[in-house]
Ligand binder design. Structure first.
Ligand code: ADP
Length: 406
């Protein structure tokens, strides 16, 4: 039997490792899973492949290295695994949160790349060290197999300086690299390409706004395939209202809160803005859009306010980017909320006729996992729902890097 080469995609979060194994040529997904709650007593390993049902085990997993060992061992398992030999894996693609200014595209891992990656630990303290640990663990478990880094920030590196600079003294940019980077780049990249396919036009002839609306959300303005602005900034905290993140606020609120509460620990503020704000902070109920929508239907006023604030913030970015792009051909909704909540899409698109944005309410209400057009036949702007697939995009990027270096 012919052995088909594979691509392993690894996504190391602060306390989890997600993986997907694809066939290299066909891009078929063959095995996938997650190790969650690493370092905690409730750690578990959930996995599945094309031939087996989902299996979940509670196991002791102390760190990312142990999680990756577990995953590779399971992939090689005689009964339930998907590979016979590690050499079936042609390349490993790693999702990396922050590539700073050094990484404007995906790269093959070398000693120099690993050193450069460490420079961004301070900017992305929760994610980049975990990504780095994943690279080291893969090197140990799969010696000789090339690894590629695919950065969440890379796709946004085309922004002009007047869009990515903050108007604080210039030395903070020079010394501390404080500027807008943007995140969810892999997702914006993937859905913009898919949008071009759907519209049957080359990407370099299109002006698009892509709205990635999940627990974390960001909007991107894309001109001819190049990002010219995006709502997340130096960190993923900036931009629209999110599940637990506040998004844009007046920065003077921060020193004011510090003074009022006489608490100047950065944990207090980071927790407040990243974990206790957004939908959760306003509703006092949940960060989950499904719960918010249910609560609105039963008359919960604060849930309604949280929902309206989120939709309004997205609408403002869409309108601003429409102006920045001088009109658009397409508006894309993606990620958990963007793909699944007709209620949110309807609210965001309401009263945007002036911009040529008009939903077909019937099409908007269709529940589907497929990419689809939801604009009315009168709408100048094509409105699309496109399920994101960051893993597949990372697999593709890794394949391209691998072929380039051969
Ligand atoms: P993450 O940023 O963690 O990757 P996701 O893209 O998975 O997040 O999105 C999670 C969000 O999607 C949650 O707010 C969840 O409530 C929302 N969501 C998922 N399914 C639905 C649905 N059917 N209706 C409304 N919201 C949904």
């Amino acid at each position: 039997m012919e052995i088909l080469k594979k691509i392993l995609v690894v996504n190391c979060g602060s306390s989890s490792v997600k993986y997907t194994l694809f066939e290299l040529a066909s891009e078929k997904k063959v095995d996938w899973g997650i190790v969650e709650c690493i370092g905690l007593p409730e750690a578990y390993y959930k996995r599945q492949n094309v031939n087996t049902n989902e299996k979940k085990d509670y196991l002791k997993v102390a760190n990312h290295r142990e999680a990756i060992e577990l995953i590779i061992k399971n992939l090689l398992d005689e009964k339930v695994g998907s590979i016979v030999d590690t050499n079936e894996i042609a390349v490993v693609g790693h999702r990396v949160a922050h590539g700073g200014v050094k990484f404007s595209k995906s790269v093959l891992v070398t000693e120099k790349v690993k050193e450069d990656l460490k420079e961004y630990f301070a900017i992305a303290p929760l994610h980049n060290p975990a990504n780095y640990a994943g690279v080291l663990a893969i090197e140990k478990m799969l010696p000789g197999i090339p690894s590629v880094l695919v950065f969440d920030t890379a796709f946004h590196q085309t922004m002009p300086d007047y869009a990515y600079m903050y108007a604080i003294p210039y030395e903070y940019y020079e010394k501390n690299h404080i500027r807008r980077y943007g995140f969810h780049g892999t997702s914006h990249n993937y859905v913009s390409r898919m949008a071009a396919k759907m519209l049957e036009k080359p990407l370099n002839e299109l002006k698009l706004i892509t709205a990635h609306l999940g627990n974390g959300s960001s909007i991107a303005a894309i001109d001819k395939g190049r990002v010219i602005d995006t709502s997340m900034g130096f960190t993923p905290l900036q931009g629209v209202v999110m599940g637990t993140r506040c998004g844009d606020i007046d920065p003077a609120i921060i020193p004011y809160i510090l003074k009022q509460y006489k608490n100047d620990s950065d944990t207090f503020l980071n927790t407040l803005m990243n974990k206790r704000s957004g939908l959760l902070g306003i509703s006092g109920l949940s960060s989950d859009m499904r719960t918010i929508v249910k609560a609105i239907k039963s008359g919960n006023k604060r849930a309604k306010l949280a929902f309206e604030m989120l939709c309004y913030s997205v609408k403002k970015y869409i309108s601003a980017y429409y102006g920045v792009l001088n009109g658009i051909d397409g508006l894309v909704f993606t990620a958990g909320i963007g793909e699944n909540s007709p209620f949110v899409r309807e609210k965001i698109c309401s009263n945007l006729h002036a911009l040529g944005i008009e939903l077909d309410l019937k099409k908007n209400n269709v529940i589907s996992n497929e990419e689809r057009l939801i604009s009315s036949s009168n709408s100048k702007v094509k409105i699309m729902v496109i399920p994101t697939n960051e893993e597949l995009m990372i697999a593709r990027e890794s394949k391209i890097c691998l072929y380039k270096c051969k």
